[in-house]
Design a protein around this ligand. Sequence first.
Ligand SMILES: NC(=O)c1ccc[n+]([C@@H]2O[C@H](COP(=O)([O-])OP(=O)(O)OC[C@H]3O[C@@H](n4cnc5c(N)ncnc54)[C@H](OP(=O)(O)O)[C@@H]3O)[C@@H](O)[C@H]2O)c1
Length: 395
Amino acid sequence: MGLLPIRLRFQNHRSTQLLCASFHFIPNSGYFSQILSSNKNLSKCLPFTLRTRKSVVRALATESASPPAAKMVKAIRVHELGGPEVLKWEDVEVGEPKEGEVRVKNKAIGINFIDVYFRKGVYKAATVPYTPGVEACGVVTAVGPGLTGRQVGDLVAYAGQPMGSYAEEQILPANRVVPVPPSIDPTVAASLLLKGMTAQFLLRSCFKVEPGHTVLVHAAAGGVGSLLCQWANSLGATVIGTVSTKEKAAQAKEDGCHHVIIYKEEDFVARVKEITSDNGVEVVYDSVGKDTFEGSLACLKTRGYMVSFGQSSGAPDPVPLSAIAVKSLFLTRPSLFHYAVTRDELLGMAGEVFGNVQSGVLRVRVNHTYPLSQAVQAHEDLENRKTSGSVVLIP
Ligand SMILES: NC(=O)c1ccc[n+]([C@@H]2O[C@H](COP(=O)([O-])OP(=O)(O)OC[C@H]3O[C@@H](n4cnc5c(N)ncnc54)[C@H](OP(=O)(O)O)[C@@H]3O)[C@@H](O)[C@H]2O)c1
């Protein structure tokens, strides 16, 4: 017995109405055992119809019942903005992919700090309620009509819009998914694509790091930070990283930081001046925001680049032009979504990231995995600075 949505034209001696409802249909019997509808008219009228005009109802329903029953999956939903507790574990409907779309059954889902910004309302979700998440890896389970180039069974990953990866299965635009090389584990891919492409555009486009440069990376043991440090080191830069604890300092060292500063205990500006013999650094990659922004400007050398790409401690205070005029500094507030716009850009960036994993330049630290149903705990840990490396949800 299945649940079938149908549209029913009901006729009685006074009027004709078009009503929508869901019916439990008993196969081979032609009968509906139960009617689910919020429409009061329908619930009043239909028992009468079923008693007296079974054949009419049966004929209409058989014609209209061709669409398959809605597929339900588990997902995390946000109905109101707030703390981690607003992440609710629910059933959601996942439809069939339309033209240009694929349906993907997620194997692993990457958690990113941006998920926290949306949950709190720092960034505005297009709709509320919504399903969070902008990174996942999974298997294609259906392709939309006319789509070529993607097949059922393909292992793909995605990073960015549309939101909705905290789900067992989701619909995605086919041009936003990238194929995952067979040598890369799905959990690694899900914890790598968004963070790795972020490291890629920061180091290779936003400011081009070259041998001999000195770079400062805040939150060096975080998801993006870990990849940034390894990659910057491989490009020949001297890497200075900041972290909050000794354990994170040990990880940052392993990830290629030549100098690690525990910024909760030490004055990072003074330490950078000491390390660079008062010269300062060519570039600061600052994802911490409010707590570090001003100090980061002070760490730069003349004509240095301030790359403010996140705000895990809060939005930085407004910056007067005089603050960057003093050393002819460059200031940018970039977003991955503006660097991976076209299909070619997306494929080029993802290819470089996967290539760096395959060649050993990048070691992906999947330090924390949680069942998808426990996203609340995962968000709590991320916000409370208890995590390092990547955080992944497993459906
Ligand atoms: N612009 C873009 O396109 C783009 C793309 C991806 C990510 N990002 C940004 O990159 C940053 C890192 O993202 P991620 O997902 O990899 O997260 P993450 O770095 O793994 O986690 C955030 C880290 O920030 C540090 N932090 C400092 N002050 C904090 C505070 N008050 N509250 C919480 N954390 C604080 C913590 O490291 P310590 O304990 O060592 O201080 C924490 O582990 C985020 O700001 C994110 O928005 C930007």
